[in-house]
Ligand binder design. Structure first.
Ligand SMILES: *[C@@H]1O[C@H](CO)[C@@H](O)[C@H](O)[C@H]1NC(C)=O
Ligand SMILES: *[C@@H]1O[C@H](CO)[C@@H](O)[C@H](O)[C@H]1NC(C)=O
Ligand SMILES: *[C@@H]1O[C@H](CO)[C@@H](O)[C@H](O)[C@H]1NC(C)=O
Ligand SMILES: *[C@@H]1O[C@H](CO)[C@@H](O)[C@H](O)[C@H]1NC(C)=O
Length: 358
């Protein structure tokens, strides 16, 4: 079960304070037909947006710096992952779109990356969780496996992680099932690392998008942010009910809210989340879903984008969503220990926590 192991970055690391921008990404309404070259126009602090949002046939390929992701169907979605081999924490601001289908101006997810995927379509969101070989997505596995962290439309400065990342879907029920029209999701969270991922994109036309896709629980991973019962080796699409808003739970008949503690304090949620009810699951063979990936090689290293590495201050972050950032860990070789990693594995209802600080 994907949810059974998750580890998220704890402390994010900034030597310099980040100011919260006056025009946060989460508030930017950008119709699919009016996407600008770069939706983020800031240059201070974390530097300019690393890639771009207009993605087309000239940008398509394994060096694409496209930062517009589509999340449509089980056979048609994108993940955000590093442009060059790194940890998620070291490139959270610069991740680019990797997709299951060509035609979007992005990189393609190399064959064999996706090892099990579950899509759950609920009234409020589309959730996709699964197991991956993250080495094929430029995510570090040696000298140690990167357990990654959260990417979302919030971020420590409101610019998103990746900075300027846009997400669209043609599959929200409010879109009426038209595959050729795309709605923006402004509330979304992606966790990737530890050879697993989960993403949830909320339909902004539905009530509670902000809380169903809450992005302030960056240290408790998929089990709390996107409870699921994805199985490694299984590819399935299900329908589901909406989960309880992230962080809320029922105890003695009362609905309570748990808030993640500040950095330096191990998060120990007082509840064990369970996936929302799902039904009508249909399983598929991965070869039927992802036939267009057969010829894709593993992406090498690239830096073809206009500003592939961003400016000063980028690259040393951890997960977004928490307002506070602590000491810098710019050495990617030991970034995990430099930043502090919180490990929370839920196994049979037992929660093991450990925190390491350099
Ligand atoms: C294709 O995308 C690139 C990168 O965003 C952009 O510079 C170029 O203008 C686009 N081409 C067309 C024809 O839209
Ligand atoms: C939309 O695309 C999905 C697969 O990507 C397909 O299953 C579905 O039938 C399509 N819907 C329409 C209305 O064409
Ligand atoms: C998923 O299954 C494959 C094939 O058995 C295995 O190599 C891989 O380690 C598994 N992934 C996870 C995250 O358990
Ligand atoms: C980065 O970390 C590695 C492993 O701990 C260490 O060998 C190396 O000296 C460090 N580099 C810098 C520049 O701190």
């Amino acid at each position: 079960m994907v949810a059974s192991l998750f580890i998220a970055l704890a402390a994010s690391s900034y030597a310099a304070a980040q100011s919260f921008v006056s025009d946060p990404l989460i508030d930017k309404v950008v119709p699919y037909t009016a996407i600008p070259y770069q939706v983020d126009t800031h240059t201070a602090d974390r530097g300019p947006q690393a890639g771009y949002n207009i993605c087309n046939s000239t940008t398509e390929g394994q060096t694409s710096m496209c930062q517009t992701a589509l999340v449509n169907h089980l056979d048609d979605f994108c993940l955000f992952a590093p442009p060059e081999l790194s940890t998620i924490g070291d490139t959270e601001g610069e991740e680019v779109a990797w997709c299951t289908k060509p035609g979007k101006g992005t990189r393609l997810i190399p064959e064999g990356t996706l090892q099990g995927v579950q899509l759950v379509q609920s009234p409020g969101y589309i959730q996709i969780a699964g197991t991956i070989d993250q080495s094929k997505l430029n995510i570090q596995t040696t000298p140690e496996l990167d357990f990654g962290g959260e990417l979302d439309s919030g971020g420590q400065d409101g610019r998103g992680n990746p900075i300027g990342g846009l997400v669209y879907s043609n599959a929200f029920p409010s879109n009426g099932g038209k595959n050729d029209s795309f709605e923006q999701s402004r509330h979304w969270t992606f966790f990737i690392g530890g050879n697993t991922f989960c993403l949830k994109i909320c339909d902004d036309t539905q009530p509670n998008a902000a809380h169903l896709c809450e992005h302030i629980y960056d240290r408790v991973g998929c089990a709390y942010n996107a409870p699921n019962n994805a199985q490694n080796g299984t590819f399935e699409r299900c329908e589901g009910e909406d989960m309880m808003p992230v962080g809320t739970y029922v105890s003695n008949g009362q609905t309570l809210t748990w808030t993640q503690p500040p950095e330096g304090v191990t998060p120990v949620p007082p509840y064990t989340p369970t996936p929302a009810a799902s039904s009508n699951c249909v399983t598929y063979a991965s070869s039927d879903l992802f036939s267009q990936l057969a010829t894709v090689g593993i992406s090498g290293t690239i830096s073809a984008g206009p500003q592939a590495t961003g400016g000063s201050g980028s690259g040393s972050g951890g997960s977004s969503g928490s307002g506070t950032q602590s000491a810098a860990g710019s050495n990617s070789t030991n970034a995990a220990s430099a930043r502090g990693i919180s490990l929370v594995a839920g196994l049979s209802g037992v929660i093991f926590s450990a925190i390491f600080f350099a």
